[in-house]
Design a protein around this ligand. Structure first.
Ligand SMILES: *Cc1c(COP(=O)(O)O)cnc(C)c1O
Length: 459
């Protein structure tokens, strides 16, 4: 049986991939024709494919890699843990790496977040927060209530499970499932590239702030929680909120006693220039959802941090059934936690926040030459997160015909030049690992610039 897998050529792997593997978020007929690289190894910030080609990883392996690939310190931590035990459950048992990582996370997270609930993906970390918040109101001391809706931000993305799709707002991803979803109320996303008729950019942003206040007030006795991607809405196209919006939401949700759920799955672990994005506005959420970078991008791991106040509502005699009835088989996996601990240590040892600031300057300078380009609507950047929005007409902001798949064409052009990126529609995304050296960030920028020029000049 095993012999079939001994000396497998790249060609055979390609055939088997086409025969058996269904890729996420992929139009499979087009995907198969394009024959994406089959990655076999990683070295630093490069990925190597089965044919020996080398690519710069321009999106941190989908926004999660932090220190590069095959990092000796993290490799060693995982190997050391592997020689002890690969997996043991947190259902009914405890494990050393999960205890240590919980303590390390609590120490670094915004104040008040003392309790750590593990799971294994970004979607589950948000799902856990939603269920905890919902149950909390039914069990809280001094006046339980039956709150039944979540407040969300327009164009939000929180994952692909049905709970997280319910609180999401990206029409293309979510519309097919709308009959399966629970009720939410969304405040408008405070971004002003395109504003409704009759508004200036300023008046539109003011409207978004006011509308947020109005909806929080109007739904204050029904809202089980307010879910937000702090500072940057990633999947919506790297949309950056204006200063003060997060603080505004935090003040209002505090005033009306609505738990604030901060989804830092994308923005956590240095992406925006601080360890956690909430720090930009000194916001202390009631829930902090972490995944992607938590294990340095090594292994599937996630955590939902919350306060003692929330946690205490779940205490009591077991017979009262105040328990949080939720758990995943691989919750708090020891290998993932060991990688997470090693990753946090490297953050400090390598002064990663300083590197992020230096890389930010490079991104800013290198991409500035695209500012006046006829097909660039806007370049948005916060820390190591960049979105370059391409349009047919810069003046009217008319998009390219979707069937052209312009963002995807740029990805293919970059791949021919040895760089891996992945767009969000016609937004070209750069998401270098927080530890990427400035000279590689520079290379990434020039390849992306050339690729955009090549593709748009054909239009
Ligand atoms: C990626 C992402 C998620 C989902 O994480 P998965 O690990 O893919 O489930 C949730 N929220 C945000 C903000 C994300 O960027």
């Amino acid at each position: 049986m095993t012999s079939e897998f001994h000396y497998v050529t790249g060609e055979t792997l390609r055939q088997w991939d086409n025969d058996h593997v269904w890729h996420p978020f992929a139009p499979m007929s087009a995907f198969r024709q394009e024959a994406p690289p089959i990655i076999v190894s990683g070295q630093g910030f490069d990925l190597l494919d089965v044919d020996g080609r080398r690519y710069l990883d321009g999106i941190s392996s989908l926004w999660c890699n932090v220190h590069g690939h095959a990092v000796s310190e993290i490799d060693r931590a995982v190997r050391d843990q592997l020689s002890e035990i690969a997996h043991t459950t947190l259902l009914g048992l405890c494990s050393e790496p999960s205890i240590k990582l919980a303590r390390a996370l609590v120490k670094r997270a915004p104040a008040g977040l003392n309790r750590v609930f593990y799971s294994d993906s970004g979607a589950t970390s948000v799902e856990v927060a939603l269920k905890m918040a919902y149950q909390y109101h039914r069990q809280k001391s001094g006046g339980p209530d039956q709150r039944d809706i979540f407040l969300t931000v327009g164009n939000a993305y929180h994952g692909d499970t049905l709970g997280t799709v319910s609180v999401g707002g990206i029409d293309l991803f979510h519309r097919s499932y709308r009959h399966l979803l629970f009720q939410t109320v969304s405040v408008p996303s405070p971004v002003a590239l395109r504003v409704p008729q009759g508004h200036s950019r300023e008046s539109w942003l003011q409207f978004c702030f006011d509308e947020t206040a109005r909806l929080i007030r109007d739904y204050s006795d029904r809202a089980a929680g307010f879910v937000i991607e702090p500072i940057v809405q990633g999947a919506a196209g790297i949309l950056i909120h204006p200063p003060g919006f997060l603080k505004h939401v935090r003040q209002l949700t505090r005033e009306y006693q609505i738990p604030l759920i901060a989804d830092e799955v994308a923005v956590g672990f240095g992406r925006t220039g601080k360890l956690f994005a909430c720090e930009h506005e000194s916001a202390e959420p009631d829930f902090l959802c972490l995944a992607k970078g938590i294990s340095g991008g090594y292994l599937p791991l996630a955590a939902t941090l919350t306060t003692d106040e929330i946690y205490n509502a779940f205490l009591g005699d077991p017979a009262e059934c105040r328990t949080f009835f939720h758990g995943h088989t691989y919750t708090g996996n020891p290998l993932g936690c060991a990688a997470g601990l090693a990753s946090l240590e490297l953050f400090e040892r390598n002064n990663l926040l300083e590197n992020i600031a230096a890389c930010g300057d490079v991104l800013e300078a290198e991409l500035a030459t695209l500012n006046d380009h006829d097909h660039v609507a806007e370049i948005r950047r916060k820390g190591m997160m960049v979105g370059i929005e391409l349009v047919r007409d810069r003046e009217t902001l008319t998009p390219f015909d979707a069937s052209l798949r312009i963002g995807h064409q740029v990805t293919l052009a970059a791949r021919r030049r040895g760089v891996i990126i992945r767009p969000l529609g016609d937004v070209v995304v750069l998401m270098p690992a927080p530890a990427m050296p400035t000279d590689l960030v520079s290379t990434l920028c020039s390849v992306v610039r050339e690729s955009i020029l090549e593709v748009t000049s054909r239009q």
